[in-house]
Every structure is written in C-alpha cells, then in structure tokens.
Design a protein around this ligand. Structure first.
Ligand code: 2AM
Length: 178
C-alpha cells in the first residue's frame, strides 16, 4: 500500500528561505525544508495496482510550464484551534488548470473525486493548541512574505511515509510539463 499525493516540490533556495523564517511559535511542528511542497491532489492509501493506474493516468497529462509566486500566510482551523500554518500562492490560472487536469486524470484512473475546493498552499507548520499571541506575531511579522516567481516545469507523485518527526515525503515519479 502507498499513501500518495500529487504535488509540486519547491526550489531548494525558496525552501531554505522559508526554513529561516520557521521559528518563534512554541509547540509548532515545523516542516523540514526538504518536505515543503504544494499539494495538487491528495490521493490517500492505494494498493500497487491502483498506484500503477494513477501513474499511467498522470503520464497522459500534457501541459505547459508556468511561473508561480508564493505570497502571504494563513492558517487552517477555527480561531483558537488553528492546526496548520501555511504560505499562500499568488492567483494562478495555470496552476488551477494543471490541478484540474490532475483531478480528472486521478478520477479516470479509478479514484473517487475530490469534493473539497482546491486551496493551494504550502504547509510550514502543524500545531496543537498554539500560543495565539506568538502565532499572531508570527503572522504579522511574516505576512508580507513573497517568493518567486519560479518556473514550474514538472509535477510529482509523492509517497507520504509516517515518521517519528512527522511524515516524510518521497518523490516516486516526476511528470514534465513541456
Ligand atoms: P497539508 O499540507 O494541508 O497538511 C501529504 O499529506 C499532503 O497531502 C499534505 O500536503 C496534506 O496537506 C495533504 N493531505 C493530507 N491528508 C489529506 C486529506 N485527508 N485530504 C486532503 N489533503 C490531505
């Protein structure tokens, strides 16, 4: 069985810049720079045969490279129970287009459709009952964060493997955009 998702890896320089920012919230579990990514489609647990079908479907996607910019910060979770801190993405019709193609391909391969709206983001920390004052300071201090634009020339099928320090993401296959 594999726990899969399709996404974008970040350029190492941008991941390093994000990593420098990642401190100052007690209890936050910061994502290691090599694990920073943007999820395009969470797939979940599948067996070997389904993984092959997904890989085949993703290989059929034809799309163009495009530029993408990261900007801003946000959280998921109700006020007081924020559980996820993320960097946002500047509006990108090209990213939405690629995401829609990936969604169709994954469904064509036999997986159930994703019901939730696509909210592009790069999770930088996971939190349990964060110190709200420190979280607020972090967001105010880093809210103008921007990175890129950088060129997106491929997307990737990742495997998520649980580890002691949080999940580790391994790239299984890259799909070039040409
Ligand atoms: P997150 O960054 O917002 O936590 C690998 O786990 C990736 O898939 C992560 O980027 C995670 O999003 C996303 N993910 C994990 N579980 C998910 C789920 N049940 N539904 C949608 N996305 C999920």
């Amino acid at each position: 069985m594999f726990r899969l998702f399709a996404g974008l890896a970040l350029p190492a320089g941008i991941a390093a810049r994000i990593n420098i920012m990642c401190s100052g919230i007690p209890g936050a579990r910061w994502v290691e720079p090599e694990n920073l990514h943007l999820t395009l489609r969470f797939i979940g647990e599948v067996d070997d045969s389904a993984a092959e079908d997904i890989d085949y479907a993703l290989r059929q996607i034809a799309d163009h490279p495009f530029d993408l910019k990261l900007e801003g910060l946000g959280t998921f979770g109700k006020h007081g129970k924020e559980h996820s801190l993320w960097i946002g993405v500047a509006p990108s019709p090209e990213l939405a287009h690629l995401q829609a193609k990936i969604e169709s391909a994954v469904v064509r391969s036999g997986q159930p459709a994703e019901e939730r709206k696509f909210t592009p983001h790069v999770t930088i920390a996971r939190m349990t009952r964060p110190d709200l004052t420190r979280l607020q300071h972090f967001i105010e201090g880093n809210g103008l964060f921007q990175a890129g634009p950088f060129r997106v020339e491929q997307f990737t099928l990742f495997e998520s493997v649980p580890g002691n320090g949080g999940p580790v993401y391994t790239a299984l296959e890259d799909y070039p955009l040409t």
